[in-house]
Design a protein around this ligand. Structure first.
Ligand code: DX5
Ligand code: ZN
Length: 221
């Protein structure tokens, strides 16, 4: 069994050809599909909503990992659950009651996840770890694809891994932002179980299949 999964983010794909973008990474052997939902308020960029997620659900068998960069995420849980999300990840900064939103996600049979901006102290997510099946460490400021990986983010991953371990929590530990094949080994060693990659997959001049293979090789398989 592979220990570290690859979740391509379609943020850097051609938005007029999303089904194709999903299928290409599925054929290439990706594990999940990462979907970045942005509302132009929580982050200064706008992407897509539940309709697109539901349409993609029909285009791929890959589990849909939905990263909500939106205000009032609790208002949207039902719509993303109905759309077929397997994972719904919320920002701790985006709501005054993360616990209620995480519980609502689980009540809909979807795996709840929590994340935080690179500048937010890890203590902010501590109260919610028991309610989550996934913790996402952002290695760029959320909002845009193609930004450089913030050096040292692997130390944040290792610190989250330590906190989870200390509490006996065996949940997915995902990293998102600027992750290129050269970071894969370091992040896996720090305890990451899922790597998100947008520009590294969809903008690789050698194509999507070759790009996925580069991540696989970097992960030792
Ligand atoms: C940033 C997004 C990420 C990012 C991934 O707000 O959450 O998913 O776009 O793309 P790259 O790998 O290009 O940083
Ligand atoms: Zn993301």
């Amino acid at each position: 069994m592979r220990s570290t999964k690859l979740a391509p983010s379609i943020l850097s794909a051609d938005f007029a050809r999303l089904a194709e973008a999903a299928r290409s990474v599925e054929t290439a052997g990706a594990d999940w599909l990462h979907l970045d939902v942005m509302d132009g308020h929580f982050v200064p960029n706008l992407t897509f909503g539940p309709k697109t997620v539901g349409d993609l659900r029909k285009s791929t068998r890959l589990p849909l990992d939905v990263h909500l960069m939106i205000e009032r995420p609790g208002d949207w849980v039902d719509r993303y659950a109905d759309a077929g999300a397997e994972w719904l990840v919320i920002h701790v900064e985006s709501t005054s009651d993360p616990a209620a939103v995480l519980r609502a996600i689980r009540a809909r049979g979807v795996h709840p996840g929590i994340t935080l901006r690179p500048g937010t102290a890890l203590e902010a997510i501590d109260p919610y770890l028991e309610l989550c099946d996934l913790v996402l460490v952002m290695s760029v400021e959320p909002g845009f694809g193609g930004q450089p990986f913030i050096p040292g983010s692997e130390r944040r991953v290792a610190e989250v891994a330590k906190r989870l371990g200390a509490r006996g929590l065996r949940v997915e530990l995902e990293v998102d932002g600027g992750v290129k094949p050269e970071h894969a080994g370091l992040l896996a060693a720090a305890g990451a179980t899922v790597l998100v990659a947008g520009s590294g997959v969809y903008l690789d001049p050698d194509g999507v299949h070759a790009a996925v293979a580069k991540y696989r090789r970097a992960l030792g398989g």
